[in-house]
Each structure stands twice: as structure tokens, then as C-alpha cells.
Design a protein around this ligand. Sequence first.
Ligand SMILES: O=C(O)CCC(=O)C(=O)O
Length: 264
Amino acid sequence: MNIAATTSSPVDPYSVGHYRLQGHLTVNGVFDTATVDAVVADIHAWGEQFLSDLPPERRAWYIDTGVQARTVLRKLDNPHHHRPLVRQLAHNPRLLAWVHALVGPGVSIYFSQVFFKPPEGGGPKPAHQDNYYFGPTDPEGVVTAWIALDDSTLENGCLYYGDGTHLGPVYPHFAPEGEPYNLQIGAPILDKQPMSPAPVRKGGVSFHHGNTFHVSGPNHSPHWRRACALHFVRNDVEFAHPALPYDHSLKYRVTDTPQHQVTA
Ligand SMILES: O=C(O)CCC(=O)C(=O)O
């Protein structure tokens, strides 16, 4: 059971303790509906443009092949860089209070993603650990804020987490034939790990530690399951050994490190 699912701002020690033990935390009521609706309209406008400019060799990575009836995007990268409205989400004081409580004050976004998971077939995301993708200098300094842009439910493909997996190592991942970007944890490790669902209400945020196993199933419902994942790092953290070619110049400083914490 997701015991912290009804938590709302402001930060409380019980919820931070839940994150330390389980490696994830669900906080509902961070963003209001009007803010989320504006972001949804904006990312769809961006998505239409992106799709019309998408060269054939990049289609396999961005198009959701689970949806047969129409051509629809699976994801978009780095909305924090391309869309001012998403940057505004990152500066929300309620969101930042949680991010600071989880990784410390002074944070940047290193990478971000929109996940569309469209109705009637939006595809699954295989189980993985963000820190395998990112290869950070400090695994404890990475937290993903997964912002629900719709109610995210068991039916439409909410995230599932491996409770406590952030306390273990980052495991080797493999990529299926022809999908070099689709890195995932292999069955021998995954089969031993139960995964707990983490439904979130629209405007809520599901936080996860960079080492936490997570996965999402397909969307067979008639409803969208859109989300915007902001991958926060403490300012001193770099992606030193990334598994994919991230553009390090897009690291965006959201809050400054307090002077007393800066070390030479
Ligand atoms: O939204 C999903 O299905 C996957 C999300 C994810 O992998 C992430 O936020 O790191």
C-alpha cells in the first residue's frame, strides 16, 4: 500500500521518513488544475510541431507503437529547456520544499521528460533505475519529481515501485535488439522484486530516488495518463557516467546552494 498517498504540502517528517525507507513518496495537491491544464495544452502544441518535424530515423524512439489507430507521441525530452511553462512548474515553492527536504537545498534540473501514455494502447515503460541512465557522481543527490498531468490509476498505467530498492545497488541494464535507448533491468533480478502501485491524482507528484526500481504498464483505458518528470539533482551532482548521451549544457539551476554549504 502507498501509505503516503494522501500527503499534501507542506513537508512533514513522517513523509520524508517514508521516502528514506521506501525510496518513493506520493504527494497529492501540489499543483492546481488550471496550472496543469495550461501545461497540457502547451505540451500538445509542442508535440504537434515536434511530430511534424520528426525525421524518419528518430520516429521509433518517440512514436507510441501501442496505439494503432493514429500516430501519437510516446514522449518528449527536456521540456524544462524548451517550454517556459514547464520551467515555471520547477519553481513552485511547494514542489521545491519537498525536493529540498529529499536531497538537500540548492538544486538543478539535469534532464526532464514528458510521458504521454495515450488512451487505448499507450505502451509500457520497462523497469529501470534512473541512476543507471544518469550515472551520477552521488546517487543520493538525484530525485525525480513525476508530476501527474492526469489522474494516474491502475487502469491507465500508473507507476509501480520496488519498495526499498534505493537501498541496494544500481544493477546492469540491457537494451532489446534495435532499441538502444530502452534500457531495463533483466528478469533474473526483477522476478525477485515485488512492485507496489503508486496512483497519483492530477496535480500530485510522485517522487522517487534515482536508485528506486520503477515501471509502468500499458494504458488500456479511454483516458490519457500524461506526466512530466523533472529529474532534479543537488547542484554539486553531475552525470559522470551516463548510459545515454545527455546534453550537460541543459542542466538548469533552480535554487542556489546556501553559502554555508558550499565547500571548496
Ligand atoms: O511515466 C512513466 O511511465 C515512466 C516514468 C519514468 O521512467 C521516470 O519518471 O523516471
